[in-house]
Design a protein. Sequence first.
Length: 134
Amino acid sequence: VEKCEYVNYIVTAILGIFYFKYSGRSTEIGNVIYPFYVITLFISYMALASRMSKKYQMNKLLSSSSFFIYLIHTIICIPVCKLVINKLIATNSFFIGLGKYFLYVLMVASLSFAIYVFIKKTSPKLLTALSGGR
């Protein structure tokens, strides 16, 4: 099983490189690569999460925020972060695009979590309503 995980990580990295090299979903080859990249990326995340959950104690604040982050990240955080990053980093090459992608992920996760913490401290009832009490 461990060898399969490592092979999956390598395949995911290679697909990711080609996905970014061929401009994501804006090219025909990018559209072909995209579903395979998403599937291997999902398997990598699940394997990594499984390994980490066995090794480390889960933080209650992070686990309670996961549904809210899932809910809000596509609606608010991704458009805001893309706008900010694209204004700050206007050039676009393969390596800068790859760096921007990782920066998007970091900023979206940080902004989503910050919004969760802010709403939890200022209006817990609103948070319960938004996340359905999860």
